[in-house]
Design a protein around this ligand. Structure first.
Ligand code: FAD
Length: 434
């Protein structure tokens, strides 16, 4: 421990200090004086920026070859921010004023690139963290990563920030007869545009924001989409009473109880969109905001899909019973032919697959066990950013808190390091005494 503290002291101003523990060319060990952040999405970048502002250097590891890989590599072309830009800004740097209220995907990526440049964040790309474990004897985290060439690195650090996101892995449901179908079956993370489905019969499974938007995109490219709706869903207009529905809800919640705001939202929605149950979209028993708070389930903000369902351009179907050769049998006994299936079945956290820790993170879903707003901090220098089910607003809150917390510790340890260095300097050397 003292030995590592000494190394830390000497390297306090170096973001990375490389110590060769093993002479093997395929393995090395790196001692990180500041926090190690896993993931270079918006959450990892926001945390690194907040730390930087406080004078704490950090190292960011990213499994892909770019920042914000979810946005750059796994989203469809027509994607815009679902929420108005003022609710999606990262700490310390706003969006450019000429950006529209709902920036398109490329604008958001440009903003993140500029953000990384502004705070001089240079993630170590192509490094997938495969294991992280706290070494109680050393008092440090040992984090193993694997590069594209299979080269392994072990990082030793005092603070570990998990920023791998709520959307780290695609959820692929098992369906009977999947091998029989014969057509294209793909997750939305691999869907780019309806162009390649022009004229085709496409079944979209899942009616969240992505599923609804993919259906709309397919319509716009003259494909023939059907939407599987297995569960109840709240669809709200993206704007109401001249404001964004999200912004209006946040504003009303400052003065009114959540159930009252929910009732208000549902009345205005009913006036604007009509009774969605009549087109096969039953509403949950709980209101949209209460449901979001209790389960994290996000209401769908309609950007035009509903009109296409009403006009019959998008067909609503019940749950799938099984797949057949280029066909799908539904639980109501009907069978229809399809050329392709798009799975808008969401994502999951991958934390349990690499973090050997069960106190802070649940093994079941890979989220912090303590509910919002207390899930950001664990024991022994472990932190989580971006697991609040509250999008980028949650990310900003977590990032600021983590940076403040680590800064306190960093300053405290800096005093310790300085005292240690001073005591070394004051000791008469053996040469002078002889
Ligand atoms: C289609 C879509 C639209 C959305 N729109 C909005 C919106 O408008 N507003 C909003 O607030 N939120 C939105 N969200 C929520 C979204 O989760 C956040 O916007 C944001 O991307 C979360 O950032 P993050 O950094 O926490 O996670 P991510 O963006 O997923 O970044 C995590 C990073 O960690 C990396 N990683 C994962 N595992 C490892 C590992 N083992 N080793 C190394 N690196 C790893 C990943 O490659 C990734 O780059 C949207 C999500 C989706 C899918």
């Amino acid at each position: 421990m003292d030995c590592l503290r000494e190394i830390q002291g000497k390297q306090a101003h170096d973001p990375i200090f490389i110590e060769k523990m093993n002479t093997s060319a395929s393995w090395r060990c790196i001692c990180v004086p500041g926090p190690l952040i896993v993931g270079a999405g918006p959450s990892g970048l926001a945390t690194a920026a907040c730390l930087k502002e406080k004078g704490v250097p950090s190292v960011v590891l990213e499994r892909s070859n770019c920042i914000a890989s979810l946005w750059q590599l796994k989203t469809y072309d027509r994607l815009r921010l679902h929420l108005p830009k003022q609710f999606c800004e990262l700490p310390l740097m706003g969006f450019p004023t000429d950006f529209p209220t709902y920036p398109i995907k490329q604008q958001f990526v440009d903003y993140l690139e500029a953000y990384a440049r502004e705070f001089d964040i240079k993630p170590r790309f192509n490094e997938t963290v495969s294991q992280a474990e706290y070494d109680a004897t050393l008092g440090f985290w040992r984090v193993k990563s694997v590069g594209v060439n299979g080269k392994g690195t072990e990082y030793v650090c005092r603070w570990l920030v998990v920023a791998t996101g709520e959307n780290a892995e695609a959820v692929m449901p098992e369906m009977e007869g999947m091998g029989e179908f014969g057509g294209d079956i793909r997750h939305t993370s691999l869907y780019k545009s309806g162009e390649e489905f022009r004229g085709k019969r496409v079944l979209v499974v899942g009616c969240g924001n992505s599923g609804m938007e993919v259906c709309l995109d397919l319509c716009n490219h003259n494909a023939r989409p059907s939407l599987v709706v297995r569960d109840t869903v709240h669809v709200l207009p993206r704007e109401m009473l001249g404001r964004s529905t999200f912004g209006l809800s946040m504003w009303l919640l400052k003065w009114l109880p959540i159930r009252f705001v929910d009732r208000l939202l549902l009345i205005v929605t009913w006036l604007m969109l009509g009774d969605t149950a009549r087109i096969g979209l039953d509403r949950p028993r709980l209101g949209p905001l209460e449901l979001k708070n209790l389960s994290g389930k996000t209401p769908v903000l309609d950007v035009g899909t509903l009109a296409n369902i009403k006009s019959g351009d998008i067909k609503v179907c019940p749950s799938i019973k099984r797949l057949k050769r280029h066909a799908v049998e539904f639980v109501n006994g009907k069978t229809e032919n399809f050329d392709a299936i798009i799975l808008a079945t969401g994502y999951k956290s991958n934390v349990p697959s690499w973090l050997k820790e069960r106190e802070m993170f649940s093994e079941k879903d890979g989220y912090p066990r303590r509910p919002f707003p207390n899930g950001w901090k664990g024991e022994s220098g472990l932190y989580a950013v971006g697991f609040t089910k509250r999008g980028l607003l949650g990310t900003s809150m977590d990032a600021r808190r983590i940076a403040e917390d680590i800064e306190r510790c960093w300053k405290h340890e800096a005093k310790h390091r300085m005292a240690f260095t001073r005591s070394l300097l004051q000791q008469p050397s053996s040469d002078s005494s002889s």
